[in-house]
Design a protein around this ligand. Structure first.
Ligand code: FAD
Length: 317
């Protein structure tokens, strides 16, 4: 079922998760072990991230180096199919522009369509590890809006090869990314939201936000989006903090602020279990506030410490 249909038919708050494919060589069983306990909360969706190839230098036997491309976390599409089969719930693969030609994207969309996948999250992706800034595939997309346009075109049954007549129409529900604290490349919030609006005007059905730790930033963002004419659902992305390291890593990697109160509480923690208590309380407070404000979805990033999210859900529902 499409996410938008779930939303319109929901009689209570929808729960969803984002997971990463296991590192190459690791078993999918570890993913199931993380997800199994969450099934009691009847999540409606599980997003599966996409990780592009990285270039690394590998030492040859003669001591010289060769540059090779490796994907450390392959399997996004396979995992989506496995999750849908195992749990009978919708899986949402993330599709990125980076590293993909338009034709490869079209072929990926055809695979997803054949698998019965109805939802995709359309993203640009970040610069590759060896690049200073994002550079698209020579025959690919520069911005997520172009990917949205390609998906919409396929939904109309129009393929890149224009001699395909009466092409099968795909029927993807399209999500896109939004940033309550602004995407790091955007010159200001207004420009970032205008860029978001273009994705929505082209046909994106909903927005999933970057994580945030201060709900006010999310509410302000939603209000600003509404003022600028974005009327699709904006799903809040939530993640627990569970270590001191994250106070510097999360702002650096995801360009998000950690509120001073949360920072202070984490800094006064003495042992690992204290971090978990603070992370749980903070996330619980965020969720209760979102529910009080009639937020229809709680979308959790289960990258690490799924037990915190489990404890929060146990106290909420
Ligand atoms: P875009 O919408 O293309 O925006 C990128 C930047 O360009 C923004 O600053 C925007 O304001 C600007 N911009 C947009 N259009 C234009 C235009 N026409 N002219 C000028 N400027 C423009 N990354 C992964 O690699 N894999 C994942 O699975 C993944 N999942 C994610 C899930 C969520 C919910 C979020 C929020 C992010 C995720 N990311 C993922 C990270 C994402 O790929 C990066 O944040 C990336 O830098 C931007 O992607 P985007 O889709 O927002 O890009």
């Amino acid at each position: 079922m499409k996410l938008t249909q779930h939303l319109s038919e929901a009689t209570k708050t929808i729960i969803s998760f984002e997971i990463l494919p296991p590192s190459k060589g690791r078993s999918i069983e570890s993913l199931y072990a993380t997800l199994d306990p969450f099934m009691e909360f009847h999540p409606s969706f599980i997003n599966v991230t996409y990780h592009r190839a990285e270039q690394i230098y590998k030492k040859r036997d003669d001591g010289t180096f060769e540059r090779v491309e490796i994907r450390k976390r392959p399997g996004t599409v396979g995992i989506c199919a496995a999750l849908m089969n195992k749990y009978q719930i919708e899986a949402i693969p993330h599709l990125i522009c980076g590293g993909f030609s338009k034709e490869e994207t079209e072929n990926a969309l055809i695979d997803l369509h054949y698998l019965g996948i109805k939802n995709v999250l359309a993203l640009r992706g970040d610069a590759a590890a060896n690049e200073k800034s994002f550079s698209p595939h020579p025959n690919g997309h520069k911005y997520a809006e172009e990917l949205v346009e390609q998906i919409i075109t396929l939904n109309k049954g129009l393929y890149i090869e224009d001699d395909i007549l009466d092409g099968v129409k795909t029927d993807f529900c399209i999500g896109v990314a939004g940033y309550p604290e602004k995407h790091f490349e955007a010159p200001n919030m207004d420009v970032d939201i205008i860029n978001l609006k273009r994705k929505v005007d082209l046909g994106a059905d909903y927005v999933t936000t970057q994580m945030f730790f201060d709900n006010k930033k999310y509410y302000d963002y939603v209000n600003k989006c509404r003022e600028l004419g974005i009327n699709v659902p904006i799903l809040p992305g939530l993640k627990p903090i569970s270590s001191k390291k994250q106070l510097t890593i999360l702002p650096r990697v995801f360009n998000v602020d950690v509120p001073i109160e949360l920072y202070t509480e984490i800094m006064t923690c003495k042992k690992d279990s204290d971090y978990e208590i603070v992370g749980t309380e903070w996330l619980l407070h965020q969720c209760r506030d979102l529910l009080k404000n009639n937020c229809p979805v709680l979308h959790f990033y289960t990258l690490s410490k799924p037990e915190i999210i489990y404890n929060v859900l146990k106290q909420l529902f």
